[in-house]
Write a protein that binds this ligand. Structure first.
Ligand code: S3P
Length: 198
């Protein structure tokens, strides 16, 4: 496979619809964002497009404990799940470029934000609340939305997390009205558009 220019770079510029930024040591592409933004599917498309190995923190934790995420929350609690997220980030390979998919709450620990930044270019998949609401069509699957008023909980979580995603991200991509292929394309294009020295 022919290596793209951005794969060879240790430092490059990237561009998003809202901001220009400089990305350092971007070996891997790290996807963050609220639940329902399609991180897993976009990660799979990026895996196919780049040929890089894909690591999904939820999948890793779930297979390690041999139980679905909801069960981990109900059996071990959220705090333990958050510890496992940090442990998983620390276990990811750093000697090769990869695609890293994370759970929506990974940014809640500041040490995770540092770890994510160290792993590569952090890409925030984002959408407005109305779009997210319609995308999270199976609210019952999400342990954090098992409340008396899931819609209000979603609003609260979103408000609390937006600043964290913003602080972690090198690039923000608005996913509204785009399919996973279009989102992956946008990510690769924005990363590769700005070579070193430009
Ligand atoms: C969580 C999001 C989930 C999963 C867990 C906690 C969160 O992943 O990690 O249920 O705190 O937002 P997705 O973002 O893939 O739904």
């Amino acid at each position: 496979m022919k290596r793209q220019a951005w794969q060879r770079m240790s430092t490059f510029h990237c561009r998003s619809s809202i901001a220009y930024c400089r990305v350092s040591s971007a070996r891997s592409i790290v996807l963050i964002g609220f639940m329902g933004t399609g991180k897993s599917l976009v990660g799979k498309v990026l895996e196919q497009r780049t040929g890089f190995r894909r690591f999904d923190t939820d999948e890793i934790i779930s297979s390690k404990l041999r139980m679905p995420i909801e069960k981990i929350f109900s059996t071990h609690g959220e705090k333990h799940f958050r510890e496992l997220e940090t442990e998983t980030l620390l276990s990811l390979p750093t000697e090769e470029p990869t695609i890293i998919v994370t759970g929506g709450g990974i940014v809640l620990r500041s040490e995770n934000i540092d770890l994510l930044k160290g792993l590569g270019a952090v890409v925030w998949l984002d959408a407005d609340e109305a779009t997210l609401r319609t995308r999270i069509d199976r609210l019952s699957d999400r342990p954090l939305l098992q409340t008396a008023n899931p819609e209000a909980t979603l609003s609260e979580l979103l408000e609390a997390r937006q600043p964290l995603y913003r602080s972690a991200a090198d690039l923000r991509v608005d996913i509204s009205q785009k399919n996973p292929e279009q989102i992956a394309e946008l990510i690769l294009k924005n990363i590769s558009d700005f070579p070193v020295g430009e």
